[in-house]
Design a binder for this molecule. Structure first.
Ligand code: FPP
Ligand code: MG
Length: 363
């Protein structure tokens, strides 16, 4: 299956943009409430759909669905989908039919969150995770079999949404995403406990498992709005770069975050043998810290409480977090730059602010 990365500009062309972290002014301007403002009404409809409209014949299943969505989540994917759809609307004097957000954009945002949630329910089985969004995972509360089936049920709900959109190009994009998610997970699994420094493999895996879905949301609205290729491609590029930025910050939060803020167990990536961006930096730099970290990973010491504490401290005290954040900042800047082709709008401004939000998020 052709992966998303094969269709995007190569990562080797990453610019060396100076911006690595949002300025203080940007930080104070970034709050989720203001980022949602341009699409607040539509975000409420998405929320209503997810928390009250998802019902199943079985009251037990309906209750589980309700619990999954009422536990919250940042809703970044539906937000990106709606903001990008809004930023790519047509000028009403040129094309009135595509000048307003419609029911189709809401469904697009819902389906993007449904696929995300379904993949997390499956991911928690794969990672044997016990907490998500501050509550017990389905696999922990019940068992793996039930979690797999519930994830499948969410994918089925997403397929129904996709059918309602009735656009074959969008069906193809989301079909590709499902394949990308699985490929990303498979390559991550195959790289477990490997200490070989392979940035290309890391980027490819991150594009597949994280950026692909965000990018689908960011450019499908423009397709529904009948926008030209340069606009569609720019929005796809924004989504890929935002997704990479998001994944790297996620990697960092696994090292610097708190369980209270992230709703996840700190250090679980490394405990599971996943070599994330901060760890890759330390391994790449070599020397005593790199060698010690490699040994802790290879002999599986990271699976013990003492081993993981030592590994996390090594990464924190040798600049792994700062290097990863600088990388996230560069991708973030490239995502912002991709939006240059779009006319100014409140939605475009919010998309730029969303990059800063992702860079400073703590959960
Ligand atoms: C979170 O990763 C997981 C994902 C972003 C995607 C997982 C995808 C799958 C399990 C495949 C989905 C299946 C189908 C049928 C499409 P993480 O473990 O790094 O993040 P976490 O810390 O939030 O758990
Ligand atoms: Mg996981």
């Amino acid at each position: 299956m052709e992966s998303l990365s094969n269709r995007m500009t190569t990562l080797n062309s990453m610019s060396t943009a100076a911006q690595t972290a949002p300025s203080n002014a940007a930080k104070s301007a970034v709050d989720m409430h203001s980022l949602m403002a341009p699409v607040a009404h539509e975000m409420n409809l998405v929320e209503e759909w997810l928390t009250t409209n998802l019902i199943d014949d079985s009251p037990f299943v309906s209750e589980l669905l309700k619990q999954i969505f009422q536990a919250g989540g940042k809703r970044i994917r539906p937000l990106v989908t709606l903001l990008a759809s809004s930023a790519s609307l047509c000028d009403p004097t040129i094309d009135v039919a595509h000048s307003k957000l419609s029911r189709l954009h809401i469904i697009l945002a819902v389906l993007t969150e449904l696929i995300h949630s379904a993949s997390l329910v499956h991911d928690d089985v794969i990672d044997a995770s016990s907490s998500r969004r501050g509550q017990e995972t389905v696999n922990k509360k019940f068992n793996d079999k039930l979690a797999v089936l519930l994830g499948d049920l969410l994918f089925a709900q997403a397929s129904i949404c996709l059918a309602r959109i009735m656009n074959p190009v969008v069906v193809g994009i989301y079909g590709q995403v499902l394949g990308d998610l699985c490929s990303g997970e498979i390559s991550q699994m195959r790289g477990q406990f490997s200490t070989v420094v392979d940035w290309d493999a890391y980027f490819q895996k991150s594009i597949n498992k994280t950026a692909s879905l965000i990018a689908a949301g960011s450019h499908s609205g423009a397709i529904l709005n009948a926008r030209p290729d340069n606009v569609v491609n720019a929005l796809k590029d924004y989504g890929v770069k935002l997704g990479l930025c998001f994944q790297i910050v996620d990697d960092v939060l696994d090292i610097t975050g708190t369980e209270k803020a992230t709703g996840k167990t700190v250090g679980s990536d490394l405990k599971n043998g996943l070599i994330t961006a901060p760890a890759l930096h330390i391994l790449e730099a070599g020397g005593a810290p790199g060698q010690t970290l490699a040994k802790l990973i290879k002999d599986r010491s990271v699976q013990s409480d003492e081993g993981i504490a030592e590994a996390l401290e090594l990464i924190r005290s040798n600049g792994g977090v700062e290097a990863a954040m600088a990388l996230a900042g560069r991708f973030g800047q490239e995502g912002k730059d991709a939006l240059n082709v779009l006319p100014e709008s409140e939605a475009k401004t919010a998309m730029i602010g969303l990059v800063d939000y992702v860079l400073i998020r703590s959960s």
